[in-house]
Design a protein around this ligand. Structure first.
Ligand code: ALL
Length: 324
């Protein structure tokens, strides 16, 4: 994923804001470049509904979607939405309802919660809207309960996390103690990354001495990692289920005066973490190609509009990122 400069500085600003305790909550619910004010007759409108706009991952995703729309401006109009922090699940449900109200042709959604968004997606389908699930998979059991099928476009998070976990294990000794900083417990991708880290730890005989959620956020990860470092001063690594939390963990390691003694891995491939990987302060991350994820979803949605088909799920690539 290549990240152009404006996003870089946005990310840096948001990181500083979050670490200062502001939580990046100043973003509005609608992302830059949002709804075309008047729909173009005959041209379908597709809504991209993302998660936290305070997370560079989604800023990059929005940029990728907007670039794709510009290249295909004759085919569709794009409405870009997001929420202001990772836990603002009710707001994401409202966004789906607002898009139903606006009678969009399709919704491409990265759900903040794998269960809580299913009903809203069902309402959209019932209104005749094509729904494509990207990034974080909706819960299979709840989908079945509600009697609906929604195609999923996104990575194998367990396999992705195992890539980073295996790389970390190669730098440690069997028996070394490690801790995991988990994402939002109700997000399937977070659960899968946790399993991937556990798989890697088990395979290399690393000892997981602590595992706690920091709900995907920098400031919370900073607090969780600080507590882990003081309760378990012996830990050799912090395995973080996303890059925002890896940045929070990095600040905690620095504040504890443990730089170079505690390895950190993340997941996403955002620019701030790539820089930290290059300067050696973070060991590795996993690029899940945020700029392409929404594009894959949009392509799927465009293919589905006016067709009554349920396409198969599509697995998108993940790549390990280590020091150049
Ligand atoms: C997931 C994404 C990213 C992101 C996280 C936090 O759905 O895949 O890992 O960092 O959400 O919103």
């Amino acid at each position: 994923m290549t990240t152009p400069p404006p996003i870089r500085s946005l990310a840096a600003t948001l990181i500083l804001a979050a670490l200062a305790g502001c939580g990046g909550g100043s973003e509005e619910a609608a992302a830059p470049g949002a709804a075309p004010s008047t729909p173009t007759p005959g041209k379908p409108r597709v809504a991209l509904i993302m998660k936290s706009l305070a997370n560079e991952f989604f800023a990059v995703m929005a940029q990728g979607a907007e670039a794709f729309q510009k290249e295909h401006a004759d085919r569709f109009d794009l409405i870009v939405n997001g929420i202001k922090d990772e836990r603002d699940i009710n707001r994401q449900v409202s966004l789906v309802d607002e898009m139903i109200g606006q009678k969009v042709a399709a919704i491409v959604i990265a759900p903040a919660d794998s269960k809580a968004l299913v009903s809203a997606c069902r309402r959209a389908q019932e209104a005749g809207i094509v729904v494509v699930n990207i990034d974080n998979k909706l819960d299979d059991a709840v989908l079945a309960e509600q009697g609906i099928t929604i195609p999923f476009v996104g990575p194998d998070n367990r396999a992705g996390a195992k890539l980073a976990g295996d790389y970390l294990a190669g730098k440690l000794q069997p028996g070394d103690p490690v801790a995991i900083v988990e994402g939002l417990k109700t997000a399937f991708n977070g659960q899968q990354r946790l399993l991937g880290f556990q798989d890697a730890a088990q395979a290399a005989n690393l000892k997981i001495v602590d595992s706690q959620s920091a709900q995907w956020e920098i400031a919370q990860a900073n607090r969780v990692a600080s507590a882990m470092l003081s309760e378990h001063p012996e830990i050799k690594a912090l395995m973080c289920c996303n890059d925002s939390m890896a940045l929070g963990a990095l600040a905690a390691v620095k504040a504890a005066g443990r730089s170079g003694q505690v390895q950190i891995i993340g997941y996403d491939g955002i620019s701030a973490v790539r820089e930290a990987v290059d300067d050696g302060s973070i060991l590795a991350t996993v690029d899940q190609h945020a700029d392409q994820l929404a594009v894959f979803g949009l392509e799927y949605a465009l293919g589905l509009i006016d067709k009554n088909e349920t396409p198969a799920d599509r697995v998108t690539p993940v790549d390990l990122v280590t020091k150049k």
